[in-house]
Every structure is written in C-alpha cells, then in structure tokens.
Design a protein around this ligand. Sequence first.
Ligand SMILES: [Zn+2]
Length: 495
Amino acid sequence: MSKKLVLTVIDGMKPAMLERAIESGTAPTLKAIRDRGAYVDDCVAAFPSVTPVCAASIATGTGPDRHRIPSMNWFSRAEGRYVEYGSSFSASRKFGVLRSLTDTVYNMNAVHLAAETPTCFELLDDAGIRTAGTTYLMYRGRHEHHVTTDSTLARIANATVFRDAVKGPRELFYADLFASRRSGCRGQFAMPGQRDVHTGCVGAYMEEHDLYDFMLFSLPDNDTFSHRNGPAAQVTSIAAADRQLERLVHAGGGLERFLDEHAMIVMADHSHTLVEERIRLDVAFADWQVARPNGGRATDGEIAICPAQRSAMVYVLRDEDRAAVAARAAKVALAAPGVDLAMRLSSPRVGVIASARGELHFSPGGDLVDLRGRRWSIDGELAAIGGRVEDGRLLSPEYPDALGRVWSALTCPTAGDVLLSAGPAYEFVDWGGAWHPSGGSHGSLHRSDSEGALLWCGTEGGRGWDTRDALDQWTLRDVLPMVTDHFGLPSPAGA
Ligand SMILES: [Zn+2]
C-alpha cells in the first residue's frame, strides 16, 4: 500500500521568494518538506507560461500540443469566437462574464481539454485510488458531481448560471459550486485572497475523515498577491500558503507524523517577474481588421489578437495566403516595443523564432540534443534564444527548454498562427485594458517567469526520482509520471 500523496500547487511561487520565506522562518512546513527531500529551483513551465496552460500540463504530464489548452485568451476557430478564462475582470466583461465563467468552469475541462489525454484524476480513478481535489482549474476525473445548493447565495447563483453536473475526482470541493461532503467550509465564491483558506479547510476535513489517497491541494492566492504587489512581496503570500499546509498537517497529527505517513509534492506552475511597461497590440495592429469580441461570435476580421499577460497570439482568420499573412503579422508584432520573440511555423515541420537578435529555424529530429534528450536540427541565429552548442548539446539557459516548449505551443491545434513572448519588464495589455504596472506577471518563454519551484519528499516508486540529479532539466511534465510511479502505475503514453 502506497503512502498517501498530496500534490500542492502554489500558483506562481518564485524560487528565490520561497527560499527567503524559509530563511525568515515563516514557511516551516515547506522548509520541512525541502529538508527531508529534494528541491528544484528551476522547474520549467509550459509555454505560454500562463496558469491554464501550465495547470493542464501539470494535470496531464503533456504540453499544449497534447492537452490543447493554448493560452489564457484564445480564438476558437471551430466556434468563430474568443475564449477568455479570466485574464482580468474587465477582460471577462468584454466577452461576457457568464460566458467567461462557463468557459473556465465547464468548457475548459469538458470541451477544450483534449478528451484523449487523461488527467491525473482519471488515471488514478481508473486504478481505484481514492482521488480528491480542491478548487483547481483542472479537475476532470471519473466521478459525477452535482452543483451544491447548500447556501442561499449558492442556490441563487447556481440555479441561474451553473446547472450541469461535472466529472471530477472522487472527492471534489470546488469553490461554492461542488462539494462532495458537507464539510462546513465556505468557498466565498472563489474570491482572491479567500481561496487558500477554503483549500486549507476542506483539505483538513478530508484528512480528518480519511477520504483520500491522492489529493490535489491548490493554493492560488500567491499568484494574485504577486500580480498586485510584485514578486518581491511573495514572502508574505508564501507564508500564508504555508499556514494552510500547516492546517492540513495538523489535521494529520503534526508535522513529523504527517511527513512520515504522507508523500508530498509542492510545486509552482510558473514563476513571476516585475512589470514596468506595457505592450499595446491594438496599436501595433491598428491598420489591420481585428475580429472584435461581440457577445458570442466574433465579428469579421482578418486576424484575431489574443493577449495573455507576457505572451500573446495572433490568429490569421482567412485561409488564402495564411502563411504569408502570419509572416507579415510576426514582423509587425516584433516591431512593437517590448516584443522579444515572434514564433510561427513556416511549414508543418519547420518552426521559426524571430527576434531582434536574428531568426532561428528549427525542426524536430537531427544531430543536436537538448537537456531533455530531444533531437533537433537548426538553421540561422541561435542568438534568437541566447543559445549555444557544447559537445553536441543545445543549451539555452535564458529560454529553458526553448525548442521543446515552442514546438509544443506551435503545434497545439488550437493555438494561434503567431505566438509572442514579451521582453523583460513588459506585459501585453489584455482585452479589458488591464495589466500589472509595478506588479508581477508571467507568460513568456524567458526563464524569469518560466522557472518555478518544485520540492518533494516521501515519494515511492521504481524510477528512483528522489534527488534533483535524476533529471538534467525538470519540467511540469515530470510531475504526473512521479505521481503514477508512486502508486505503482505505468506512466501514461507520451507523458
Ligand atoms: Zn498569474
């Protein structure tokens, strides 16, 4: 019988800030996990390094090419409309708050997330392992849950907006919407700053009542706090996250006993970097016909523009000359101050990464090997990704796992034709006009927002993943195989 495993995701946790919180003594639980086990300070996010894409990578162990969540804001060619997962409240309003909530709560799991790519919950449910989840973007599992009607407020909101049942883990506590038990914990309608407390409350409840073998324990408030106050302020929000972990640990008999009896994985989905300047794609593409958000369907346009924090996408909406229009759009975008990289496919097997430092063409397969062991052939300027070749190995420390991540993003069937990554201190203004001046943000290919914290202890399994040296480069995709390995299950194909 395997130990119980808790996978904790602290949204946006920056390694340097975790270390500072541990040193200052305000994160005793995280310190104990790190001291007992292993710590990676450069676990590579997915690209774009925004939460929906990264959450899908954590849950499925795959990149966007396989899980098909392309970004925070994207254009559905199938439905001829924008999809907005809540970049900001003003962005959601632009597309309709109800529509945005429905896309985020229901469609992301039921429609957008690739049906053939199983989640951690589905894999473990199929093996009869007792799964549990707190409020997390990705919850798809095998157990049906109906909307709760426990409080008056929930009854009103849920009766008017949310009616449909969902498939989730065996135990699911999702804001005020789904609760598989009467825990007495209040979801507070998933208000930022209140969400960690709800996770701590339901987590402790499930621990006390022995309801899980695997639990996804989601602590999203650090991300909100860092967006508002800047990455340096994370010491405060990481300490707050640690207090919710303490609550869970307390319910399980205290720190020593809990860590003896449980395996723990704690990770960030991405990091955060300080923002000082904004990029306005509406200005850069002022001469183009851009599809406007217009209730449901987008009105006609030659392109759709999808800003998502420090990343963005451009979709070419007309079939004729699609590749040529994409090349022209990439050039226009790259000329906008603050745009660092413009990426596209020049043919189905060739990716292009363009920057002011030059242009790099690349294809899967070839003589060069990256830190992940993937092979590539390249042509052009490696300076585009700050890269170099040493002993046949491709290194790009400024843009970790650059080719693998860009290739996965470009070949995601729902992604735009041109992908953009912002330079240091820049952020794309979203559809609602919002950005985070003097705050933190993320989304780019650069290491500053791509390298998050990963720490674990007590995991079991045959792969011997108990030190950071087990891999040359850790990515979000490595966590699902660590989970399945712990429970003695084979790694899912492709993960
Ligand atoms: Zn964020």
